[in-house]
Design a protein around this ligand. Structure first.
Ligand code: RP5
Ligand code: MG
Ligand code: MG
Length: 280
């Protein structure tokens, strides 16, 4: 990603605030844009939340920008970001709005995304021998409750949490509805899938072109591919939407695929990786 599109123009999520128009050639901070007067907005829905930062200037807020700040990672995968007017500056440029919007953290908001893949089963039967045709790669997608778009079942890294742990936890919450399972049931699944989820491969690390991004707060993620070559483990479980997901299913990765934020680029790269691996 060298620029962003989804966090430009229109009304900011869950608000009535119009983003200040930013023409394509005015996105970069290095380009002068004298008329630029974005509105400052921090959603009342995040005020006082334990997962959110206090406001800049609060006496109890002494963030260490560009550092691991206690158990909060304030570093960016894109190197040091600038602090302007005491606020972190979006390294990918103007978004037409300042403040944090609905994002909890000033600066980078770290997430993790599991890309769980299998070969599309022939005849729809994954249990049949040699049922995978190794032509069409599928991944587990969830439908987001907020935008209604299909997306990777990702989520925010909790303070102090390992990013790989986040990826697996979010998969279980959003695609398996683990939040309603008993502890016993959860443990059984965790044991069953332990080996599968221990073999993840990083396929993307960095900025996400997320519609919630602002000039001072933005999403960054690590995406892991967990691949079920035979379709016998995760490829064969019953999916169940949970938490903020309102739907879940296996989706074919095709050139036409449309997903939330910059997720289509991530899944297309995963597809390329598997094609190359097959050709070797
Ligand atoms: C995206 O938002 C990330 O790639 C991840 O999928 C998601 C995390 O936010 P929530 O799902 O918790 O809203 O930018
Ligand atoms: Mg979640
Ligand atoms: Mg999520």
């Amino acid at each position: 990603v060298s620029t962003h599109f989804k966090c430009l123009g229109g009304v900011y999520p869950r608000s009535t605030i119009e983003r200040f128009p930013v023409p394509g050639d005015k996105v970069k901070w290095s380009t002068e844009y004298k008329q630029y007067q974005p509105v400052e907005y921090t959603s009342p829905s995040i005020t006082g939340k334990p997962w959110a930062d206090p406001d800049i200037g609060s006496s109890d807020f002494e963030p260490k920008w560009n550092e691991i700040d206690g158990n909060i990672d304030r570093t960016s995968y894109h190197g040091p970001y600038q602090i302007v007017n005491e606020r972190p500056q979006n390294p990918f440029g103007r978004t037409g709005i300042t403040g944090r919007g609905v994002l909890g953290r000033w600066g980078p908001n770290h997430a993790a995304d599991p890309v769980v893949t299998r070969w599309k089963p022939l005849n729809g039967d994954i249990n049949e021998k040699n049922s995978s045709n190794k032509q069409i790669l599928q991944f587990v997608a969830i439908r987001r409750g907020d935008t209604g778009e299909w997306a990777l079942p990702g989520g925010m890294v909790d303070p102090g949490e390992k990013v790989t742990t986040t990826a697996v936890r979010e998969f279980q919450e959003e695609a398996m509805n683990s939040l309603v399972m008993s502890q016993d049931e959860k443990n059984t699944w965790t044991d069953k899938l332990k080996n599968f989820f221990s073999q993840g491969e990083i396929v993307y690390k960095g900025y996400v072109d997320d519609w919630r991004n602002t000039d001072n707060a933005w999403m960054e993620t690590v995406a892991y591919n967990f691949h079920d070559e035979t379709g016998a483990t995760v490829g064969a479980i019953a999916l169940n939407a949970g938490d903020d997901a309102v739907g879940v299913r296996w989706i074919d990765i095709t050139p036409e695929i449309k997903l939330y934020a910059s997720h289509e680029r991530i899944v297309k790269d995963v597809f390329k990786k598997h094609l190359t691996a097959k050709a070797l």
